[in-house]
Structures are given as C-alpha cells and as structure tokens.
Design a binder for this molecule. Structure first.
Ligand code: FAD
Length: 361
C-alpha cells in the first residue's frame, strides 16, 4: 500500500536479529519470574510462559541473513544447537529438555515519510517499524489508532468551508501525521539507542554489557525502591508522556490558564468532585466525545457553541474561572483562563465538534 501510494520508507534493516523459542529447561527449579542475562552477542531474556512450554526465550544475535520472510513476519525455526549455544554464551547452566517452537525475527528501524496521503492513512507497523527493545511497537500502533479513530469520526462533521480557516476536515486529518509522526520518530530514537546497547556487537555496547552492566546491577534494587522514579519511568515507557503541543489543534486561549495541563498534554487522572461523592477523572472522561472541564467559578459556555459530542463538567474541587477542553483520546487541546465562548467555539469548529453552523451565536 505504501509503495502504491508513493510514500517513502526511511530506515534500514538491523544486522542483528531476534531469536524466539518456547522451551523447557533442566535445572530451572529455583528460577521464577522474568530474567535477563547479558552475553557477548547481546541480552537473553527468559519469560515464564505457562502454556506450551515453561519458558519463552528472547535473545538477540548477529543475523546470518536469509530468515526467509519479510519484516513483520516470523522467520525460519532455530536449530536446537544454536539455542543451546545462546544459553551457554550468557553463562547459563541449563540444558534444553524440550523445544516446542522457535523462530528467527528479522528487524528494522524504519519510518514512513508521511502517515497520510489523501484518503489513505498508515498506522502501526505499516507506518513505523522498530526493534522490540523497550516494547514500543504495538503500543505506538495503538496510539496511532486512538489518535486517528476520533478524527475520522469527527471529520464527517467538518463541512468544507465551515471549519476554522475554511479548510474543512483537512486540518483535523492532517494533524494525524503532524502529531503521530514526530512522536513515533522520538520512539524510534529510543528503541534504536536501547537496541544498540542491548544487541550491537560493537566495542562500546559489548563493554556496556560485559563491564558496566554488572557493576551497575547492585544499584537496580535501590532505584526500583524509589516509587516516584519508577512511576515516571513507567509513564515514559508506556507512552503516557506523549505530547502534541506543536499540533495545529493545540490552542492556548487568552488569558492563559496557569497551573493546568498544557494544550497537547495527556490529561493525568485525578480525584474530582462534580457533585456527589469524589470520582476518578478518567472514569468521567471514559464516555465518548469531547469533554469541557470548567473550574469551580467558571461561567458556563453558551449551549449554542456546543455540538452534540461535547459534554460539560464542572470540577467543584478546582478553584478558578478557567476551562480546559479534552479531546476523545484524552489529550488537552484548548485551555483558557476564562470562558472565552468565541475561542472555544473556534477550537470546536477546528476539530469538527461545534454546534451546527445555523445554531451558532
Ligand atoms: C519479538 C518481538 C517482541 C515484541 N514485543 C513488543 C512489546 O513488548 N510491546 C510492544 O508494544 N510491541 C512489541 N513488539 C512489536 C509488535 O509486535 C508490533 O508493533 C505489532 O504487532 C504491530 O501490529 P500491527 O497490527 O501494526 O501489524 P502486524 O501485527 O504486522 O499485523 C498486520 C497484519 O496484516 C496482515 N496483512 C499484511 N498485508 C496484508 C494484505 N495485503 N491484506 C490483508 N492482510 C495483510 C498481516 O498478515 C498481519 O496479520 C514486538 C515485536 C517483536 C517482533
């Protein structure tokens, strides 16, 4: 599809490959939980599987080429002797008792030159392909889908000249590329760097694995005890820190609302009061559509600017006169220190969520 649409594909294949195998090991009675071992060729992971075999092995090694299939497809099986050698290389005193399944996986680090051409949108591995290091690929694909899904739905509400700037749905649909492509590019830099340290057989990464990693290992339990540090690390790895502040959809109203998430930020969860017992904000936002969150003393926006997909909530435990508007994927895109009806109306028009033109003030 990419080729047919004339969309470039920038990147390169890795000279290393991943090896996957489901196996039973001898001498693993004391072993439990996920484990990682550093070896000459790269890291070797063992994950408890619980079905088909006791362990899922994931290891990296220099690719001999010719795995037989395209990127994104599982390649040929791995000989028993190769797998046993990988275990020995990392100093693991275990023998493969039974090999249930194995495959070579060719890897690349590549990004489509654009995520949209007209009515064609690329998402997931068709738009970006990376190594499994830090587990970003599927998560990025899900974020693509979450970003694009509501825009396709709302685009149907943008009739040609009605949306802000007279561009109809184009600004909204183009924002899929301008938001997701840079975010994905940053993810590829992360996975590429980690994969280099994890799997490259160059002198520096080999030294990192052989010398630096064992020396740093005693610090790991201490770092894992720092809850805030761990939480921030998990948010980052889980792509919850993705920000679309540069997007054409992210609008800062005047006067500026200080102390609130910025346009483009993902709205963090919080305990809020909208009348009745305290509730989780993300629970309230789980409903479809756009949510306009008013601070306690904010004036209500005129009904005439609100389309049917807009829900207004007043946060009684948030003092102030401002408002923020949250789009269906949970990102804040408009904030203002007062209820600026015209500013809110323009932003809703931009994303295709305004009231019908005839009912606007
Ligand atoms: C070893 C390994 C470990 C990984 N670990 C993680 C992880 O921990 N976390 C994470 O987030 N990601 C991980 N990933 C990445 C993740 O698996 C992929 O990013 C994800 O599966 C991509 O999903 P997708 O739907 O975009 O593409 P795919 O899963 O490739 O699905 C595309 C589907 O389309 C089908 N198809 C292709 N062409 C056509 C056609 N012309 N017509 C009809 N159907 C077609 C294919 O057969 C396939 O079923 C890992 C990848 C590997 C290789």
């Amino acid at each position: 599809m990419r080729v047919c649409a004339g969309i470039g594909w920038h990147g390169r294949p890795y000279t290393e490959e991943v090896v996957l195998a489901d196996l039973d090991l001898s001498g693993d009675s004391g072993r439990s939980g996920a484990q990682v071992f550093a070896g000459r060729q790269g890291l070797l992971f063992l994950f408890p599987l619980g079905e088909q075999a006791a362990w899922r092995l994931l290891a990296t090694r220099a690719s001999a080429g010719g795995s037989g299939l395209d990127f994104g497809q599982l390649g040929t099986a791995v000989p028993h002797t190769d797998l046993q050698r990988l275990l020995s290389d990392v100093g693991l005193d275990a023998r493969i008792e039974r090999l249930a399944w194995s495959a070579r996986v060719p890897l690349q680090c590549s990004l489509a030159a654009r995520f949209r051409r007209g009515r064609l949108f690329l998402a997931g591995d068709a738009a970006h392909n990376c190594s499994p290091a830090t587990g970003q690929g599927m998560n990025a694909g899900i974020q693509d889908a979450v970003n694009l899904g509501w825009k396709l739905g709302f685009a149907a509400n943008c009739s040609g000249g009605e949306a802000a700037g007279g561009l109809g749905a184009e600004v909204l649909l183009d924002s899929y590329d301008t938001e997701r492509r840079p975010a994905t590019h940053r993810r590829l830099i992360l996975t590429h760097t980690v994969f280099w340290a994890e799997a490259s057989t160059g002198r520096i990464p080999s030294w990192l694995r052989a010398v630096a990693a064992p020396r740093a290992a005693p610090a790991v339990p201490i770092l894992l005890d720092r809850r805030r540090l761990v939480a921030e690390g998990i948010r980052f790895i889980s792509q919850l820190r993705v920000n679309y502040g540069h997007s054409a959809l992210s609008v800062e109203g005047r006067p500026r609302l200080h102390g609130a998430p910025r346009p483009g930020d993902r709205l963090p969860d919080a305990t809020v009061s909208v009348g009745g017992p305290p509730q989780r904000l993300h629970g309230l936002l789980a409903g479809a559509g756009v949510h306009v969150l008013l601070q306690r003393d904010a004036a209500p926006p005129p009904d005439a600017v609100l389309g049917p997909q807009v829900t207004v909530l007043r946060l009684r435990n948030s003092p102030g006169r401002g408002l923020i508007a949250v789009r269906p994927d949970g990102h804040v895109d408009f904030r203002c220190g007062t209820t600026d009806a015209a500013g809110l109306s323009n932003w809703l028009s931009l994303i295709g969520a305004s009231a019908s033109p005839s009912s606007r003030p």
